[in-house]
Write a protein that binds this ligand. Structure first.
Ligand SMILES: Cc1ncc(COP(=O)(O)O)c(C=O)c1O
Length: 392
């Protein structure tokens, strides 16, 4: 899939970014492939030590975790400040109220809503409940790995199905991969780390059919960045009684990543199963609940975030293209683009970090990629300037 138009290989080697003596494959990952680790495991430990360190606090542009630079919304901030005094009480009744609000918004009943401190909580708890006896999980490759990692911790096998050439989910391939040991199919749409979107109608048909056999989990963390006319959720399937679980978050468009709130929408039976094994509302904090309630009503803020993210995306896409890169068309708050084959990811990230910019590096099917989150326009200009300095 890598067809970059210009070759700055020579420059990059002199800048020391390319691994020495390689014949196309990035040697940084040669060991991880030999050990049969996934791309995610291969990069995780050293990337975390680099990216999520105290150095992050001094970054000029923090573009590595798909955070929303504009949040939280003014109404959410006010509600949070006003609710600090409620902090001496557990927030169970406020959580129940938020569930009612979300149920109405999603066209389901409150029994079909589960809250968690971030959607990570929903992803992990679902994995605990469904995979504690092992089995396998079918998903795209690449995919967002949180749920898959938890499933693997219970010895579940990851049955990965490579994305199609346009980075959509290979729905036919995924359907074929489902077998008698499959406990769940995981879909992330729009997908992370690719930013790509799988066609709504095709996905709807897939989820409808496959959920007759196994639960289908659809992670919609970035859905709200789509134009409202195109932001079609799979929640319709939950309304129709299908065994589909949807995850949403307040971390992205609502700009509340550090406040930790997410929710799931599913059939009451599966949520009951989760509740029978793990506490759910105990991880929540009342200020975040009050902030989320206010944020849901801050339509101007949400619309602005969508608009500003789209502007930053178009600008960054264009500039990268001018530089000869071929970014993957993105429907999210980040862009993934292939880098020069053989790029030393560790070195690249540390050079970017030294220059005050945090991004992510992925090796996908032996091809190096950079993922940059959308920040403010000045942050995107800083990213482009520093990126140019680092890669030439
Ligand atoms: C696809 C996807 N799902 C879930 C999450 C988890 O988000 P949170 O736990 O902050 O809701 C993320 C975070 O980046 C994500 O990209």
């Amino acid at each position: 899939m890598y067809t970059k138009k210009i070759n700055r290989r020579k420059w990059m080697r002199s800048a020391g970014l390319l691994t020495a003596g390689l014949a196309g494959a990035p040697s940084l990952f040669a060991n991880t492939a030999a050990e049969e680790k996934t791309w995610y495991e291969g990069v995780r430990s050293w990337e975390q030590s680099l990216s999520f360190s105290p150095k992050m606090q001094n970054l000029k542009a923090r573009l590595l975790a798909n955070e929303n630079p504009f949040g939280p919304s003014p109404l959410a901030k006010l509600a949070i400040m006003e609710s600090v005094g409620m902090g001496n009480r557990y927030g169970h009744s406020e959580a129940a109220k938020l569930k009612e609000i979300l149920a109405e918004k999603e066209g389901v009943s409150p029994e079909q809503i589960i809250l968690g401190p971030g959607s990570t909580d929903i992803l992990e708890k679902t994995a605990i409940v469904l995979f504690n006896q092992g089995g396998n999980i079918v998903s795209a490759d690449p995919a967002y790995m949180s749920l898959i990692k938890t499933a693997q911790a219970f010895n579940a096998k990851w049955k990965s199905v490579a994305c199609t050439a346009d980075w959509s989910h290979d729905l036919d391939g995924m359907k074929k991969a489902v077998d008698q040991d499959t406990k769940m199919v995981y879909i992330c749409n729009p997908n992370n780390p690719t930013g790509s979107l799988t066609d709504f109608n095709a996905l709807y048909k897939f989820c409808s059919e496959v959920s007759e056999k196994v639960p289908v989990f659809v992670d919609e963390a970035y859905l709200e960045f789509l134009d409202p006319s195109e932001a079609k959720s799979m929640v319709k399937l939950v309304q129709e009684g299908k065994n589909v679980i949807i995850a949403r978050t307040f971390s992205k468009i609502h700009g509340m990543a550090g406040l930790r709130l997410g929710y799931g929408i599913a059939q009451p039976a599966i949520l009951e199963k989760i509740r029978s094994m793990v506490r759910t509302t105990m991880g929540l904090n009342v200020t975040s609940i009050m902030g989320a309630k206010a944020s849901l009503k801050d339509y101007t803020f949400l619309e602005n975030c969508r608009k500003w993210t789209a502007e930053a995306r178009a600008f960054t896409f264009e500039k990268l293209t001018e530089m000869g890169y071929e970014p993957i068309p993105s429907y999210t708050s980040f862009i993934l683009f292939p880098m020069e084959p053989g790029t030393d990811g560790k070195l690249f990230l540390s050079k970017m970090m030294e220059n005050g910019v945090g991004v992510r590096f992925f090796s996908i099917h032996d091809q190096p990629y950079c993922r940059v989150s959308m920040g403010t326009m000045p942050e995107m200009a800083i990213f482009l300037e520093e990126f140019k300095k680092v890669v030439g």
